[in-house]
Design a protein around this ligand. Sequence first.
Ligand code: PEP
Ligand code: MG
Length: 839
Amino acid sequence: MVNSTASHVALNEQLIQLNAHPADKKAAIEAVGALLVQAGMVKNDFIHSMMQREAVSNTYLGSGVAIPHGLVEDKGLIEHDAIAVLQVPGGVEWNDGQKATLIVAIAAKSDTHITILRQLTRLLQNESLLAELSTTDQTAKIIEALTGEAAAPQSSETVKDYAHAIEWTVDYPSGLHARPASSWADSAKKLGIHIQVRHDNEVAAADNMVALLQLGLRTGDQVVISAEGDNAEALLAQFKQSIMALTAKEKEDAERAQAQMKAQNTGGWQPAENHGDALYGVTASPGFMLGKAYYLSAHEPDIVDAPVSLIEGGALLDQALNQARQRMVALIDSTTRRLGAGDAEIFKAQAALLEDTSLVSAACQLMVAGHGVAWSWHQAIEDRAEQLTQSGNPLLAERAADLRDVGQRVLGYIDPALKRTTLADLPEGEWILVASDLSPSDTALLDVNKVKGLVTEFGGPTSHTAILARTLGIPAVVAVGQGLHIIETHDEIIVDGDGAAIYVRPTATNIDAAKAWIITQREKREKEEADRRKPATTTDGHTMMVAANVNRPDQVKFAMAQGAEGVGLMRTEFLFLERGDTPSEDEQYETYQAMITALDDAPLIIRALDIGGDKQVAHLKLPHEENPFLGVRGTRLLLRRLDLLLPQLKAIYRAAKDGKDVSIMFPMITSVAEITALKAHCEEMRIAVDGPNIPIGIMVEVPAAALMADVLAEHVDFFSIGTNDLTQYTLAMDRQNPDLAPEADSLHPAVLRLIEKTVQGAKKHQRHVGVCGGLAGDPLGALLLMGLGVDELSMTPRDIASVKARIRQHSLADMQAMAAKAITFENAAEVRALTGDMA
Ligand code: PEP
Ligand code: MG
């Protein structure tokens, strides 16, 4: 006799009746119930309970499978957990239009039947196997399918690769974890064809992130990726390119994690005297902090299993999922704006988890089985999280936290009483946060004014907690283990991020030693600041000029202290924006002269008024425009308002008499005609004040100027690329629109191509090219710009040290190779992944 148990649920030949022909649903339930009764699994009344269940809920699962079962309150009628199967090859009408061919009666006192339900869900996706089971004359096949591996992920024998197939060896050092899996699913969805990923005998649809994760792919695993649909071959090649483009970022993350681990063994603080309560973990973010602990206790929601009808429960779950989705979108936006697109990735990955239909159907099946909506959702999440934990892949196991986090969020919408308390409840003051683990939404809520350090029981160096802690610049030690429970709120503790150690309730001597260490570290940092003034010279000897964007003379000192070698952009519109009237020529002259004096012969580029767009000056009373960014802005306004242009030019030429290296620059140029007109005005004003001949340059910030660079270059002395506007005009994305902020990325290859074109045009006439838009201050952007051949970078003073440091770490040849690659890519994300390699 074939007898099998799946998690102690009995199913044997005696519990299966093949080739049955019940007259109707009632007869079918009686027949399948009788199997359970005859085998001694349930009491007679259980059949009645199954009938009653039909009156309150629909037990039809889909694809010919029905799962009659008793009422929750009748569990006492069950002697042993079991299932019975009635095979009805001709089908029996279950509900209107629903014909059941396999009737699986479930009798389960505990939740062991979840295993069976999971098998059934998988079976539902395997139509050919289902068809076979509803006609087979072998009970063993049914037992195998319901309790064995046959229903598990489809094997390569039952599912073939699609017609177009490629092979790929996973080269992500941490395997296919949540972030790349989410990116794969995104790409597959966008391509709109069926793409399947096979590893040995297991397959996953490429647009299903959870299925991809369940493949448990590790580095070195070989997969076959196949596709079918219109233009499948070409689209498959595109898919391969997009997954390969992630490799660089994955390697970067892994290297960074390794570097962090290395830092653990060096440079940590040594207590002055033996310290009893010392805990050790893994460095997640470097740094050192002495402060008070705040223990964030894990709150386990008390979920009552209150059954509801499937219709009511389904509607509630659907609504909760929608609310959670909306919240995720808002969280992605705010995190992107606050911390950057990279940190928002984790929420994108979580949002993708909410799209997983198998998760939702698992919850629905539990509701069908008579459980409450909150209970069913929680159980489905826990079940899936457990699978990830058991996968044997530590990175996947870490992602179980994401699943629980997103599950928790949905629970809060199902029942507000189940909402978890969060970091928003943290009291005022400065704290070192101690927690079992932090969910991504916890970390997004971290207030750096209150949280000065992090210690967690779980987590790893690549967990979101670690990534966020590094971004926020606070020391963090993770994976400390259970020892962390010795810490209590208000305990004094030391977190040594570099040494991966925590010292609990330090002695007075050790507190003094820690304070001395803090001073030593500060001095070290100050020494590093001294390097800011050193040139940004690449490892192969090329020096990039690094200047600052400064608007007022009193800001020059700070900029120079940060390592600026001059001012690459002085936005003069701020002279107008910060007051209620137009400054006179003399007032402007005084300001320009003060800039020149503060700069002490270092170069200064004064940009003529750039008014319009986002910079509206009320007292000028300019006419209202429907599209101010596309209206009379910058040079267009200057040429219409000579009352603004001429006094400014006069003031600049007067001040330039005292300066050694002063240039003038015009914004929003689109044509040679504008340059010719402006130059004529310059010459007139220069002569009027007997000023010196100074270089005249233009901003390249509209695509027209970039495309015409070789023509425009003939007429000017230099270019300065305004990547902020160049990005908005190239991508047609308002630079102020928060909804578009994540996509309005200056690293978009379209923007990079225009920069390349600008440089080529300038070089034709040996003209100097600077960049004064935000991309210049992005350390990775700066490397690309240098690789593209620009001569000067001008940025916010605070960005100078990191940009210079980054340039010093690489060769120009490497930057050029990276830039040449970047312009061939499809999107900014791929470029970011590539530049990440140079981190
Ligand atoms: C730019 O557009 O990149 C730029 C530097 O000018 P602004 O930001 O002042 O428009
Ligand atoms: Mg601009």
